[in-house]
Design a protein. Structure first.
Length: 251
């Protein structure tokens, strides 16, 4: 059995958001958690506390559903004092003109297969929003000073920004034997998992991440994962993954 020599990494998708509940494409829209989402975050915090992992640093996006999930987790763990870095690179994939639309209604209009392609394909982006659309991130002060903000992204586009951030900011912490918590979004975390596990472009399409369930990684000296644990029982995990997979279907 290999002995971990780098820090532990925990990835956690934010708790259920209001638009998760309403089955809408969310992307960069800054929606809040539901009551269930807050409860998922509390449970994640309690599960992580029971592991005994003491985090040294945390990373999250600029979106409140991830931020609040992180704050709740850290509060449950009595770790509110650790450094937190907010990064737009950890934002959800930008869903372009689909943002705010109901996934099932879009599926009825364009077909289940097309919506599955938009949601889960690797390199096909959704329809873009116009650069002058009031909802474009360039009009949001959170993103002041950031060049080339997206108008719509594929998973490949999302991975490009996540990979750079992973290599420059998160990886050095792990290699410095720091325990790292990342609370972000379905597609930014899928991107990170693709990098960590060297998942090919075709297989990543089938990866579904439920809300509020932490994933714990341990690594060897080459930062290759030697263990991966979801902090949920297998039945609950499978049901949550199936629910995510079914969100984009018309029926």
């Amino acid at each position: 059995m290999e002995i971990p020599v780098a820090g532990k990494l925990v990835l956690c998708r934010h708790g259920q958001s209001k638009w998760n509940l309403e089955n809408k494409f969310t992307g960069w829209e800054d929606v809040d958690l539901t009551q269930l989402g807050e409860e998922e975050a509390q449970k994640a915090g309690m599960e992580l506390k029971s592991t005994g992992i003491a985090f040294d640093i945390a990373f999250t996006s600029l979106l409140k559903r991830a931020n609040k999930t992180l704050f709740i987790i850290l509060e449950k763990m009595d770790l509110t004092w650790i450094p937190i870095t907010h990064a737009w690179e950890l934002n959800e994939r930008h869903y372009g003109a689909l943002q705010g639309k109901n996934k099932a209604e879009v599926a009825k209009e364009f077909g289940d297969e097309q919506v599955h392609i938009w949601r889960r394909s690797y390199d096909i982006p959704p329809p873009s929003i116009d650069n002058e659309d009031p909802s474009h991130p360039k009009f949001d002060s959170k993103y002041d000073g950031i060049d080339e903000l997206p108008s719509g992204e594929s998973l490949k586009d999302t991975l490009s920004r996540v990979k750079t951030y992973w290599e420059n900011q998160i990886l050095p912490e792990l290699l410095g034997n720091k325990n790292v918590l990342v609370v972000a979004h379905g597609n930014s975390l899928r991107s990170m998992i693709k990098i960590i596990e060297k998942i090919d472009d075709e297989s990543i399409v089938g990866l579904n991440l439920p809300t509020g369930i932490p994933i714990v990684y341990e690594f060897n000296e080459n930062l290759e994962p030697i263990s991966k644990d979801f902090l949920a029982d297998s039945k609950s995990l499978q049901a949550a993954q199936d629910a995510v997979a079914n969100q984009g279907k018309s029926e």
